[in-house]
Design a protein around this ligand. Sequence first.
Ligand code: NAI
Length: 305
Amino acid sequence: MKDFTGKIAFITGGASGAGFGQAQLFGRAGCRIMIADIRQEAIDRALDALRAEGIEAEGIRLDITDRAAYAAAADAVEARFGRPPHLLFNTAGVNSFGPVELSTFGDFDWLVGVNFGGVVNGMVIFVPRMIAAGGEAHIVTVSSVGGFHGSAAAAPYCAAKAAVINLMESYHQSLAKHGIGVTVVCPANIKSNIAEATAVRPAHHGETGYLVNEETVASLHSIHIHGMDPLDLARHAKQAVEENRLYVIPYPEVAEGVRKGFDAIVAAIPPMESDAEGARSRQEALANWAASRTKMFSQGRETPA
Ligand code: NAI
């Protein structure tokens, strides 16, 4: 997608940080913006700022883990703009850090629920609508460089972000035939308000094994104050949308760590000579299966025979 004039963009987490940067940048490029966020007062502030610079923007209060509310938000987009979005940004996310072995169900349910479950909800609710609407469309999902590594201090967050990257690779393979591009943004540090994410943690996932207090929040702020400007990150995402690229990882400092991680994975794979006959018969079985079954597994329940 190269022309953003009049395109409808739905942005989760659009009231702050990376999502607000996307709203500004894509709004300036001509998009009609719908920001969805769990915090009404932040939505109101964001809308004031966007409209003050002439961007057509609407807002909706949404907890992306609430499927019924998310479907209603998708209906609201269609009611307001007459069609589903051309651009879906799965940007909302939360974090909280502490030792993996002290993680509670509450920590997993909240962190995985928002960071992965919220993205799943966005895809299941919007993708069929976007396919049905036809035409050019693009999905931008914000994961994290944390999704490339396990982390003893950020385990549920990193597990969710790893799942997000993997899921976007699957959608990227599948949606190309519908003219829908997929981009996954993996930031390392954004100048945002994510240090305060625990403020929106719901009571029903309130039990945590981590230390969360003013000091821990302030220490996280001390990192994010040096993060990439959200507008710059949005520029990288926009370029990827224009060039229909899958990965956006605009942080040169992470290359060595990511390479080491993938090198360690590849190093665990033995050379072909270690089991050439087994490899040959497994590959042959897979190829035969693929040849006979591809059609069956690429069809959905509703597809006519
Ligand atoms: P932010 O806190 O400034 O913005 C996130 C927004 O998401 C907030 O406005 C918040 O109210 C909203 N939100 C939280 N839970 C929600 C829910 N259940 N439903 C709807 N909205 C919800 O944080 P930031 O940094 O801009 O985060 C954007 C994305 O970037 C997240 O997915 C985050 O995991 C990711 N990221 C951030 C990094 C950083 O250094 N800040 C690094 C790597 C990834």
